[in-house]
Design a protein. Sequence first.
Length: 337
Amino acid sequence: MVGKMWKGLMRRGFTLIELLVVIAIIAILIGLLLPAVQKVREAAARMKCQNNLKQMGLALHSYHDNNNRFPAGCAGTPAPGGGWGFSWMVFILPYVEQDNLYKQLLLTDAAAGWTSATNRGVIGNKQLPMYRCPSTPLPLNTGDGYQNAGGVNPMKPTYVAIAGAAGGVAYGGFTESRYSNGGGGNVSGGGILTVNSAVQMTGISDGTSNTMLVSEQGNFLNLAGGAKTFWNAAEPHGWQMGAGNLNNAQSYGDDNRAFNTTTIRYTINNQGPFSDDTRNTGVGYNMGSNSPLNSTHTGGVNALMGDGSVRSMNNTTDINVLAYLATRDDGQVIPNF
């Protein structure tokens, strides 16, 4: 009797074929679930990115409320210091719960945003998660030191201020005339956050809901040889770097690199291929002023509008529409986007 029971128990084991079938079913289920999990993660990352932009929008509006103007997208260091100054991301620090950090910076130190030893020590390797999209594959820090050999590699942001649309180009019924061509490419003064600007709400005649403030540069670009590169508007000096002098876009000079801003010249997620040619293409390692808007979000990028809303901008958005959205007063009718 016991022997028969034992034989019955023995018969209940899985055969090799049955085990392989079970493993195959599990593999199929995992294959079906992984894309769903990835979609959930991307949706969460996109939502976090949009929230980052909304917080920056609140900060920019708070800055305007307190100063009766928006900050410059990038600015030179005021007297007595002179030289390379700070970006918009520094100017809104008090409004993103970073007032203590802001108060430690010397705003009029010589080259305050670049070689100032005091400011280098304050910024160091400071990480500000709000200034980076959670889905970006770009490295956390810039590819060079704060002073090249200064030993400090500031955080690389993945958000960029919109300086305007490339000048001298006919976008439908509009051609931007407030611009300069130089070593950094084509730099516009037609946007809200541009070089040494002080744009007031009343100066945005196209309407704040029709004008971009900030968008994304959070993905790699392709080089001609097939390699990928991490160039964006902050490279190689970091989130705090601004402009080289106190002039506006038209009179900025030949070294017209406008760090942490971009002038619209290419379509969304145009990944090239590009070469290191900031003067002619506006794209390159040491700050090209025309690096395209890009991200790893499916189908496009997020953009903060002048009214504080956040819009998803598709890869298929026409370059003329992008130019109109980048300009505060072109007077053009913008189709649905």
